[in-house]
Design a protein around this ligand. Structure first.
Ligand code: NI
Length: 177
């Protein structure tokens, strides 16, 4: 079956604020969903996508932080990912989000994290991430807990971005009429 690009929900949306449910069964539908998520992410283009961003409240994320040509893709699908250890050292990255297009802000997070997850075969994986991968995996796991990168900002900056997004969504809605 061919993969399908899924529409990405835009902030503000109540589905982006929900705590997602753990996956209990890895079946064909879930494998297909993860393939769709990767295609949707590459197409956007982005380096990470969480299931709630396409309206599915399950603990699934996909990532690929290799900014190389297609031949060097390094897709990772994580089911029920969990951060098991974080470094004391922190790092600041300018983050963005496919659900908050064209808005960027610096966010401080642990510079490396150890993550445990299930792969598509149901095998448990444990790996340490640093650099952009570390920022990305923390950002995506936050999505599974209803948390956006703008939640790390001060109230004024967060409200400013939210108002810009509300305006942007009104404009899109008008164009679609
Ligand atoms: Ni995001």
């Amino acid at each position: 079956m061919r993969n399908m690009l899924r529409p990405i929900l835009l902030h503000p949306n109540p589905k982006l604020k929900k705590v997602c449910e753990p996956v209990v069964k890895i079946d064909d539908a879930l494998i297909k969903l993860s393939a769709d998520m990767l295609d949707t992410m590459y197409h956007a283009p982005g380096i990470g996508l969480a299931a709630p961003q396409i309206g599915i409240l399950s603990r699934i994320i996909v990532m690929d932080c290799e900014k190389e040509e297609a031949a060097k893709r390094k897709p990772i699908v994580m089911i029920n990912p969990e951060i098991v250890a974080s470094s004391d050292e922190e790092n600041i990255y300018e983050e963005g989000c496919l659900s908050i297009p064209e808005q960027f802000a610096e966010v401080k997070r642990p510079s490396s994290v150890q993550v445990k997850w299930l792969d598509k075969d149901g095998a448990e994986q444990l790996q340490e991430f640093d650099g952009l991968w570390s920022t990305c995996v923390q950002h995506e796991i936050d999505h599974l807990n209803g948390r956006l990168f703008i939640d790390y900002l001060g109230a004024i900056k967060r409200q400013l971005i939210t108002r810009k997004m509300q305006k942007f969504k009104r404009e899109i809605a008008r164009e679609e009429k």
